[in-house]
Design a protein around this ligand. Structure first.
Ligand code: GLC
Length: 572
């Protein structure tokens, strides 16, 4: 077989029997930050018709599903993660008819649509909260986490019920004079926490979920799902006294979060939720582990057909040994009915080419070479990959002047002059550059955030048709992955674990692949193992440095791997 170049896999229709109900295990999900993919009305903000317009790009790329970050009406204090109505579409993005058109167009191309459900909290502008804050009686009175003060301080002011802190800074409790009670919020003051112990809240949310399923939605990402339940008695969280164990900035990170997340009630909830989703076969769900402890913290909350973002891969630095360790932990953890996720970027973290180049281990790596090598790690490892828009062209973070910061915790930490400022998430949310022209094919107006500084040359049009581009790499790897069960569902075993090269084997039903990545920016020798077949050499199926390489490689034998070279090999 010849090396796979930019060949596009044939599009699958949603009803395709070969793709079955477990498409989410074999497939690849593409995350869209709706404000930043494509603007169609010139307001500088992306919208739903824009996403519909770009579905062909996703189909040609070869992904299986598109996950939309929140599209619901929102005052935008947490840029959409503060939802004012879970069952509607924010007019900034369009109408419900636009949404239906998007789903129909996606399904027509064999692409699934996944929505982001933010159900831990709502916006303080949500009607449930405006009613709830009014009085201690009434239909919505217990829909949020309300508590009496624990006493008064020396100046006679009410004291919060316990020591819990907000992840975004400040206490997790805000006083509401109308009720003379505090309400709880893990995030902003304007993001009050829902009370999942209320049957009425459960019913309302399950009804909302059924409504989206009825509209044809194929799955959900659950925002901070492990925070839904808090301990019923609201005990104080114990302090962490050893500064070496403070894994973040601010008071939140100086506590052991024993009681404000990861409560056992979540198991029942997940089963109930999955049962609702399973009323329609073939729907996928993935929960975002919030402030978690990686694979160990995620595993208890992985249910059959329910994935969890443990963020192990996004937190792994650019090092062969570190990546080998990360894969070992995932491979050994996710067995039986459980299945890992693979993530290198999302709307909360620095994009991989920026983050990994600035890492402790290496500096100044070539951006394209790094993007391609990282793509092999993401798309040929065991698990469901989640791509973040722009990574298919090797997009890096945008530079945002301090005075223009939009991201609320970043603004807040700037205003409060915190000792260690919050990383400004606007940097990874920049608009997608489609062309090198004015507005980069994204907008005819003024973009809501600046483009990455190299977007004049790093854009989709500039890479389309270039077999050496990052875009061609993603297309080739996605096509190869789709055509090869060993690469999507196969078992994985390490072959080399550093210091320079990480190599691993994927295998399924007699199909075998050997993948290897040189993490260094110098040439390094790598010893190829035998293929397992007498006299059979290794055939190059993908080479990040030479995408048209065809000569066989010796098995066993030594190969000189070029700087940041990534290889996917198959026995000939
Ligand atoms: C999740 C989202 C993040 C948001 C937070 C609060 O972590 O990914 O963007 O700020 O939840 O909703």
């Amino acid at each position: 077989m010849s090396a796979v170049t930019a060949a596009h896999a044939p599009a699958l229709t949603v009803a395709d029997p070969t793709f079955g109900d477990d498409w989410w295990q074999r497939g690849v999900v593409y995350q869209v930050y709706p404000r930043s993919l494509q603007d169609t009305d010139g307001d500088g903000v992306g919208d739903l018709p824009g996403i519909t317009r770009r579905l062909e790009h996703l189909r040609d790329l070869g992904v299986d599903a598109v996950w939309l970050s929140p599209i619901y009406p929102s005052p935008g204090l947490d840029v959409g993660y503060d939802v004012a109505d879970h069952s509607a579409v924010d007019p900034t993005y369009g109408t419900m008819a636009d949404f239906d058109a998007l789903v129909a167009a996606a399904h027509g191309m064999g692409l699934r649509v996944i929505l982001d459900l933010v159900m831990n909290h709502t916006s303080d502008q949500h009607r449930w909260f405006t009613e709830s804050r009014r009085s201690r009686t009434g239909e919505y009175a217990d829909w949020y986490i309300w508590r009496d003060p624990s006493g008064v301080d020396r100046r006679g002011r009410p004291r919060p019920p316990n020591d819990w802190q907000s992840f975004f800074g400040g206490p997790a409790w805000t006083w509401e004079p109308a009720r003379e009670q505090f309400y709880m919020h893990t995030f902003l003051v304007q993001q009050p926490e829902l009370n999942w112990r209320s049957p009425a809240v459960r019913d309302a949310q399950m009804t909302m979920i059924r409504g989206w399923l009825d509209r044809g939605v194929d799955g959900f990402r659950l925002d901070v799902f492990n925070a839904f339940f808090k301990h019923a008695d609201l005990p104080d969280n114990p302090p962490i006294r050893d500064p070496r164990r403070w894994h973040g900035r601010g008071a939140y990170f100086r506590q052991e979060h024993l009681y404000d997340k990861d409560q056992p009630e979540l198991h029942d909830w997940l089963r109930e939720f999955r049962a609702v989703v399973d009323e329609r076969p073939g729907r996928m769900t993935v929960g975002e582990q919030f402030s978690g402890t990686g694979v160990t913290g995620a595993l208890p909350f992985v249910e059959p057909r329910h994935l969890v973002f443990d963020f192990r891969t996004i937190e792994t630095p650019w090092s062969a040994a570190a990546w080998a360790e990360s894969q070992r932990v995932q491979d050994q953890g996710y067995v039986g009915d459980t299945w890992p996720t693979l993530v290198l970027s999302n709307h909360d973290r620095s994009r991989q080419v920026t983050r990994l180049r600035e890492g402790r281990h290496v500096r100044g790596l070539d951006q394209d070479a790094l993007a391609k090598a990282a793509a092999v790690l993401l798309l040929a490892s065991r698990g469901t990959p989640f791509l973040y828009y722009g990574e298919e062209i090797g997009l890096g973070d945008s530079a945002i002047p301090r005075r223009d910061i939009v991201d609320p915790p970043a603004r807040q930490s700037l205003l409060q002059r915190l000792w260690a400022p919050w990383w400004n998430r606007d940097q990874c949310r920049g608009p997608m550059p489609w062309t090198g022209g004015t507005g980069r094919g994204f907008t005819t107006g003024r973009p809501w955030l600046p483009f990455a500084s190299d977007s004049g040359t790093r854009n989709v049009a500039g890479q389309d048709g270039d077999p050496r581009s990052v875009l061609a790499t993603y297309r080739a790897l996605l096509a190869l992955r789709r055509a090869s069960p060993a690469l999507h569902v196969g078992a994985s075993a390490p072959v080399a674990e550093g210091p320079d090269v990480y190599a691993w084997r994927r295998e399924h039903d007699g199909e075998v692949f050997l993948c290897a990545v040189n993490f260094t920016d110098r040439e390094t020798a790598f010893t190829l193992p035998g293929t397992g077949g007498e006299g059979r050499a290794w055939q190059v199926r993908y080479d990040s440095v030479d995408p048209v390489r065809t000569e066989p490689l010796p098995a066993p034998g030594s190969v000189a791997m070029r700087p940041l070279e990534a290889l996917v090999l198959e026995p000939r």
